[in-house]
Design a protein around this ligand. Structure first.
Ligand code: ADP
Length: 398
């Protein structure tokens, strides 16, 4: 029988919401609120085929969830909340506790709260979303879908850092990996579309937050994020990997506080920090192409460093997988920036991966040249459907 299932994705300053009819996976409605916590939050939605956008005060994620729920009734998408059978929440960090999605109870909420120290931008707002639903829909089964769970298949050699073993064994300091639902979706979609090119996949989730996963036979072998989502690639405003000694240097030599360094690494680095202009690839690409703009050199540098990091990980992960069958680009930048894909895929001829300029410019599904042995794909990710599927499975709504 058809069930109505909600997927809620609370980001640090956004809320993505979809209501599905399951198991058909029909999207009944989707909502997006950006700039949550600001006076001018942007509320986007499609209703009766028309796209709407409104600006209003949305003080926090609790209010954002209630706003979205209210609209389900006011627009008569449902007549009563009892029609909802299950809700799935994306949760950034499940630490060592969870290798799969799980039904939410008081203990699970406690773990999510405890893990906030590792994911301070995400776990607290994920918990606010969970609490808002528990208050509004006390009858409903809620499921936590962790970003880290998909990466539990990483072998120990890829989880452990080169510091004394006790920090792994006693303190849980290890690579956890993130963006799990997105990378898992890419693994499934690639296998569905190109079964002969799905054994060894390098999945490049390149958005404001960015990570790459080496996927072998559908399972995560390694992900470029680490103990926290700060590690790995250079991102929109996050530094990615740096020499850890830099932090001690800034603390002791330059007198920066731990909080100031944390803010610098998370919010002032990456594309924004390198360019001094913007964290948005669209802005940077425009300036980098304009020889009359004084900021051209810095915009160009930021884009090149950003793309070079992707290229660097593709090379490393091809070694991890002993070759590669498909390189897949997804998320905001991966799906839309031909420039970043082109820069990232330079010098991959040795892997049999060459980009076709026209197909790339068109954001086509398959953008490799005819003589490439490796597929290069552009696949829109869908984290929300992975959440909805897990709600049906874990809450046994079949
Ligand atoms: P996140 O979910 O991590 O916040 P997204 O996956 O939504 O990030 O990606 C957001 C980023 O995608 C933006 O910062 C912007 O740089 C990039 N982006 C979106 N559309 C385009 C486009 N048409 N061309 C280039 N970059 C784009």
């Amino acid at each position: 029988m058809s069930k109505k299932v909600m997927a809620i994705n609370c980001g640090s300053s956004s809320l993505k919401f979809k209501l599905y009819k399951m198991p058909a996976e029909t999207v009944m409605v989707e909502r997006m609120i950006e700039r949550v916590g600001k006076d001018d939050a942007i509320f986007r939605y499609t209703y009766q085929g028309k796209k709407h956008q409104a600006t209003q005060v949305v003080t926090d994620h609790y209010v954002a969830v209630h706003l979205v729920l209210d609209m389900l009734l006011s627009e008569r998408i449902i007549t009563d909340y009892s029609e909802i059978s299950g809700v799935g929440h994306r949760v950034a960090n499940g630490g060592s506790y969870y290798s799969d999605s799980t039904l939410i109870n008081a203990e699970v909420e406690k773990h999510i709260d405890q893990l906030s120290v590792l994911s301070p931008l995400h776990n607290p707002v994920n918990l606010v979303g969970i609490k808002a639903i528990t208050v509004a829909l006390p009858h409903v089964k809620s499921v936590a879908v962790f970003d880290t769970a998909y990466h539990h298949t990483m072998p120990l050699v890829n989880k452990i850092y080169g510091i004394p073993y006790k920090y792994y064994a006693e303190d849980g300091i290890r690579r956890y990996g993130f963006h799990g639902p997105s990378h898992q979706y890419i693994a499934l979609k690639t296998a569905e579309l190109f079964p002969d090119h799905s054994q060894r996949i390098i999945s490049c989730h390149i958005g404001n937050g960015a990570s790459i996963t080496a996927i072998k036979d559908g399972r995560s072998s390694v992900n470029s994020m680490g103990f926290t989502p700060l590690a790995g690639l250079v991102m929109g405003t996050r530094s990615g990997d740096i020499d850890p000694q830099i932090i001690l240097y800034l603390q002791h030599q330059a007198g920066m506080s731990a909080q100031a360094i944390k803010d610098m690494l998370n919010n002032q680095s990456g594309l924004l920090g390198l360019s001094g202009i913007s964290n948005d690839v669209r802005d940077l690409a425009k300036i980098a192409a304009d020889s009359t703009d004084k900021r051209q050199e810095r915009a160009d540098l930021a884009l090149k460093v950003f793309a070079h990091q992707i290229q660097f990980y593709i090379g490393a992960y091809a070694a991890e997988l002993n070759g590669v069958d498909s390189i897949v680009f997804t998320a905001g930048i991966g799906e839309h920036s031909a420039l970043v894909r082109e820069l990232a895929c330079r010098n991959l001829g040795y892997l049999g991966a060459k980009i076709d300029a026209d197909k790339n410019a068109a954001d086509a599904l398959s953008i490799e040249t005819a003589d490439s042995t490796t597929k290069i794909l552009v696949i829109p990710t869908d984290e929300e459907i992975m959440i909805a599927r897990d709600v049906v499975r874990v809450a046994q709504l079949e």
